[in-house]
Design a protein around this ligand. Structure first.
Ligand SMILES: C[S@@+](CC[C@H](N)C(=O)[O-])C[C@H]1O[C@@H](n2cnc3c(N)ncnc32)[C@H](O)[C@@H]1O
Length: 235
C-alpha cells in the first residue's frame, strides 16, 4: 500500500463506527495490572515515572514554579499507576478518569493509603467527559489520547482548558509518537500520531506549548514518547 492510501486507511478506521467499541472490548480483556496497562512493559514503569517527575518539577517547585499542587486529574488512568507514583505524591487531591470500570475498581485497592486523597473516580470515555470547570492545576493525559478521533480529541482538549485553574493550570500530554505517518493499530483500536499531527491538533485546540521533550532512556525499538506541557492561548 502506498503512503497516501495508508493515510486514508488510518482515517477510515478511526472514523469507523466500531472505533470506540473495539477499544472498550480490547481493554476489557486486559488484566488489571501494571504490566497490563503498559502493554507488557511493566519494566519501563520506573523509567517513565522518573522522566515525568523531572518534566513536571520545573512547573511546581523552585523559584520559577508557576503551577499550584492542589488538584490534578489523571485521564485514562488505568489502574492508577501514574496517580500512585507521580500525582498523589505531589498533589493534595487527585481525580481519576478511566473508561474501564474494572480498572477503576482495581485502582481503589492499588492506590492503598494514598487513595484516601482521591477526590472522584469518573468511569467514562474521554470523548464524553468534561473536567470540572476551573478545578485542576494539572490535567495529565498519558497513553490514552490515541484512543480518540481527531475531532473528539480537539473538543476534549478544549474542555480541558475550561477545567484548568484560570491563568496557571496546565495540561500535560505524554504519548507515543509515530516516526512518519499516523499509524493505526487494529489490535487495540488506537492511532499513534506523528509529531506533525499533534502540533496541528494542539494548534486547533487553541493551546500553546510551554515545554516539550522526549522521554529519556527509552528503548530504541519502541515508539518515541513525547511530553508536552500546554496552556490555553490567550487572545
Ligand atoms: C495504555 S493504558 C494507560 C493507562 C495509564 N494512563 C498509564 O499510563 O498507566 C490506556 C488506558 O486508556 C483507557 N482508555 C481507552 N480508551 C479510552 C477512552 N476513550 N477514554 C478513557 N479511557 C480510555 C484504557 O481502558 C486503559 O486504561
Amino acid at each position: 500500500m502506498d503512503a497516501q492510501s495508508e493515510g486514508k486507511d488510518t482515517k477510515d478506521k478511526m472514523n469507523s463506527e466500531d472505533f470506540y467499541t473495539n477499544a472498550i472490548s480490547y481493554w476489557e480483556g486486559i488484566p488489571a495490572t501494571v504490566d497490563g496497562v503498559m502493554g507488557g512493559f511493566a519494566n519501563l514503569s520506573t523509567n517513565d515515572v522518573t522522566g515525568s517527575k523531572k518534566f513536571l518539577s520545573s512547573f511546581i517547585t523552585g523559584p520559577e514554579a508557576s503551577v499550584a499542587t492542589n488538584r490534578a486529574l489523571d485521564c485514562g488512568a488505568g489502574i492508577g499507576r501514574v496517580s500512585k507514583r507521580l500525582l498523589l505524591p505531589l498533589f493534595k487531591e487527585v481525580d481519576l478518569e478511566e473508561q474501564n470500570p474494572s480498572f477503576l475498581e482495581r485502582a481503589k485497592e492499588y492506590l492503598g493509603e494514598s487513595g484516601r486523597r482521591v477526590g472522584q473516580f469518573f468511569p467514562t470515555g474521554l470523548q464524553e467527559f468534561a473536567p470540572i470547570k476551573g478545578h485542576y492545576d494539572v490535567i495529565w493525559c498519558q497513553w490514552v489520547l490515541s484512543h480518540l478521533r481527531d475531532a473528539d480529541l480537539i473538543l476534549f482538549l478544549k474542555r480541558c482548558c475550561q477545567g484548568l485553574v484560570p491563568h496557571s493550570g496546565i495540561i500535560v500530554v505524554k504519548e507515543n509518537i509515530a516516526r512518519d505517518e499516523d499509524e493505526f493499530d487494529d489490535n487495540d483500536s488506537s492511532v499513534t500520531r506523528s509529531m506533525e499531527a499533534f502540533l496541528r491538533i494542539f494548534s486547533e485546540s487553541n493551546l500553546v506549548i510551554l515545554k516539550q521533550e522526549l522521554q529519556p532512556r527509552w528503548p530504541e525499538n519502541m515508539f518515541e514518547v513525547a511530553l508536552f506541557a500546554l496552556k490555553p492561548k490567550t487572545t
